[in-house]
Structure formats: structure tokens, C-alpha cells
Design a protein around this ligand. Sequence first.
Ligand code: PAF
Length: 275
Amino acid sequence: MQIHTSIDSLRAARRAAGKVAFVPTMGNLHDGHIDLVRQAAEKADSVIASIFVNRLQFGPSEDFNSYPRTLAADGERLEAAGVAHVFAPDEKVMYPEPQHYHIDPAPAQIGILEGEFRPGHFRGVATVVLKLLNIVQPDIALFGKKDYQQLMVLRNMVRQLAIPVEVLPGETVRADDGLALSSRNGYLSPEERAEAPRLYRQLVRVCEAVRRGDHDFLKLETESVAELAAHGWKPDYIAVRRRADLQPPMHADDPLVVLAAAKLGRTRLIDNLEI
Ligand code: PAF
């Protein structure tokens, strides 16, 4: 496996890599990322992963500075998983000058859910992903469903801008107790880690109730918010939405997903479950 810190070096390697599947990451890798790499390896001749903590997608009060940077361990995991090339630029390579050109996702998609609580987040994500796609020029790019809204925004960006890449989703990988794997789980104290699966259990509760025919979404959402708050959480939202555009359900046969974000102590966790 080769680690590239410059765009020229990565591009030269890419030209010789055949059909390429790309897994963009911010590092601090867990089994969810490795699952994406495995899926990527089945679809292409070579897997390229990137590791870059993207300042543009963090708000001023968010954890950009403290976000865990674990390049050596990440490199070992990626090599063991069969990655051919890692693109690990530093900020001077990705943003040698202030980034004045941005991708603005559709307001209807970023004014809701994560976008409402993290203004500017998806603008930063879409901008860096377009830049990474332009650098790597992969045939396929993989993104986890754990960041459901991110996946939707990026799919729409690729379609609307006719970017020549196929976007593939990866299933959320969970710990045995249901907690979705996330780099931010590392911030949890042992007590918080024991409490954290309650978020997933509430998603399961809502999901099962809807499947049984309970379509009083507001009641289900309010009950889950109250249950989390009663156990010390600060919920941002629990919302049953249409899978296609994450807007409130309109028709009985809309495929649905329930999404949640809540703070436990200082850690903000997100998760979702397709219904
Ligand atoms: O999902 C992530 O880790 C990031 O948002 C991504 C897609 C690598 C862009 O920085």
C-alpha cells in the first residue's frame, strides 16, 4: 500500500490503478469504514481511501481541533483490508489558498435535520467531496448510511452535476449492543458508553411501532425525545421521514427512515434506521 500526500503522486498512481473504488474518510477508522473498504474491493480493481479531517465541515464550536487523528493505526487497518493507495494530504495540499468556491446543496435538503443543527456542514462536506472526486477520479465512491443525509446530499450532487462516478451506500455497522460505530464514540466515558445504545433502542421502538401500523409519527417522536431526555440526553431531533428526500411522509406507501441526533454529555451522536 502506498500513502500519497500530494495530488500529483495520487493521480499518477490512480492512472495505473484500473477500475477504482474510493472510500473517503476523516480517519480514526472503525469497522464501519473497513466494511466500506471490503465492499469497495469487490467492485473494482483497486481501492483508494482518503484520510483528511476537513475543516470546512466543522462549525466554529465543533470538534475540529480535537477530532482524533490516528494516521499510523489507520494506515495499518487500510493495508490489512487490501487498500492499494491512501490519499492523506495535509491542509496546505487540500486548501493551499482560502477555498472561495463552494458547493451549496439545495436549501430544502440542508435546512432540515443535521443541516438545521449544523449550519454550513453539508456545504463543507459537498465541497470537499467534489474536490476529492476531482483529485481521485474514481469509478465508484462509497459512503456509509449512518450519515444518511450526507449520502442523500452527495447522491444529489453527483446526479445534478453529472459527476462521472457511481455512488454506493454502505450499511451501518453496530456494536453488539446496537450502538452505531462512529469515530465520536471514543469521546464517551464508560458510563456514557453504557447509556449510548438507548438511542438505537428508541429508533427500533419507533420503527417497530410504524411497521405495526402506528402512523402517529409526532406522538412516537415526542415519546422518544422524552425517554432520552429522562435519561440525561439532550435530543436535537427524532424524525420519521421519507427515505427519498428526508421530508415528512405524505403518502401511506412512502418508504421511510427514522433519524435521530442527540447529545450525551459533550458527545453528539447520530443514527438512523430504515423502516
Ligand atoms: O463521512 C465522512 O467521514 C466525511 O463527511 C467525508 C465524506 C469523508 C467528507 O469529509
